[in-house]
Structure formats: C-alpha cells, structure tokens
Design a protein around this ligand. Structure first.
Ligand code: IMP
Ligand code: MG
Length: 176
C-alpha cells in the first residue's frame, strides 16, 4: 500500500509548530493573567495541538472536550454541524478558550460559539493552529492564530484525511 506521505509535500515542520505553540502560549498567558481558563478542545483534530499548547500556558487551567461533526468523508465540508459530545463542565461566568486545529468555512465554530454563549460564560475566545480565511462562509474570526494558510488541504499533527495521518509529527499538504 503506498504511504500517504508519498502523495504529499512537507508544509509545516515540527520546529515551526513548536515555535507557534510557544508564541501562542505566551500570548494567552499574558492576556489572561490573574484569570482561570477552561481550554475547550474540539475532538478529534485538535488533540495533538492542544496537548502541546496547554503545556505552554502558565495559568490555572481546566481541560474539557467536545466533539462536533462537520465533515463526512474526503476533503469538503458538508456545511452542517452536529454536536456529538457537548461540554461537561459548568462554564457560566468562566473564561473559555476554544482550541481548534483549523478554521475553514467557519460553520463549525460559528454554531458552537453561539451554543456556548447560551450558558453565559464570562468570555469565549478561539485559538486555532491554522486559518484558511479565503474559505470563510461566516463572519467568525480567531482571537489567536498559529498560521494563516491558503486554500489547500493539509494533514498531520491531528489533522486527518478519512481519519488517517493524525499521528504525523509535521503538517503536509496533498499534491494536486
Ligand atoms: P469548518 O466548519 O469548515 O470551519 O470546518 C473546520 C473543520 O474542518 C476543522 O476542525 C477540521 O476538522 C476540518 N478541516 C478543514 N480544513 C481541513 C484540512 O485542510 N485538513 C483536515 N481537516 C480540515
Ligand atoms: Mg476539527
């Protein structure tokens, strides 16, 4: 079976990812000084990024997970979003930081941030590793962004194609 790596090109190295995590961690730690944070990790794609990022944040921090589905198979968004596993902590009056792997059309996080706001948190902000602004279909913006990229499908470091490649240590993009 041909390895996926043979059909892809290197895009973001382990070193660059690690620098991004350090930079974002510092920024978040400064912005929330003296506050407590709930890091809300969007399963499954964000687990690898979240694991690295939270260890660069020097604040009292709790972690929770949610599972949303926006993709069927392949590389195109379905445009519909379902909450498969909702938050399990009480977020009323809390500072929530959503940790996302990639902000694409924006459908997923637009729906989900509105859903969270109904619980009256103190604040809801978004930290995304990657952002594809040219693909946006909603008005949502990331408060913290690792790297802005053009419209290409990327995999690795948590990001999948049909559930594969999440375990790669770097990020690749598909050859067209
Ligand atoms: P949105 O609702 O279109 O913003 O979808 C965001 C979600 O789509 C991300 O959390 C990813 O799970 C997935 N996604 C978007 N672009 C890519 C990509 O280039 N590679 C892998 N997954 C992607
Ligand atoms: Mg995702």
């Amino acid at each position: 079976m041909p390895r996926f790596r043979d059909k892809a090109l290197p895009f973001i190295s382990e070193k660059e990812i690690s620098e991004i995590c350090i930079r974002l961690g510092l920024q978040i730690s400064n912005d929330y000084t003296g506050k407590e944070l709930i890091a809300l990790v969007i399963l499954k794609g964000s687990i690898v990024f979240a694991a690295d990022l939270v260890r660069q944040i020097s604040l009292p921090l709790k972690i929770d997970f949610v599972r949303l589905s926006s993709y069927g198979h392949g590389t195109e968004s379905s445009g519909t979003v379902r909450i498969i596993k909702d938050i399990s902590m009480n977020i009323t009056g809390k500072n929530v930081l959503i940790i996302e792997d990639i902000l694409d059309t924006g459908h997923t996080l637009t729906l989900f941030t509105n859903h969270l706001k109904a619980s009256k948190p103190e604040s809801v902000k978004i930290c995304t590793l990657l952002d594809k602004p040219s693909r946006r279909k909603t008005f949502i913006k990331a408060d913290y962004c690792g790297k802005t990229i053009e419209d290409r499908f990327v995999v690795g470091y948590g990001l999948d194609v049909d559930e594969k490649c999440r375990n790669y240590r770097d990020i690749l993009y598909l050859k067209s």
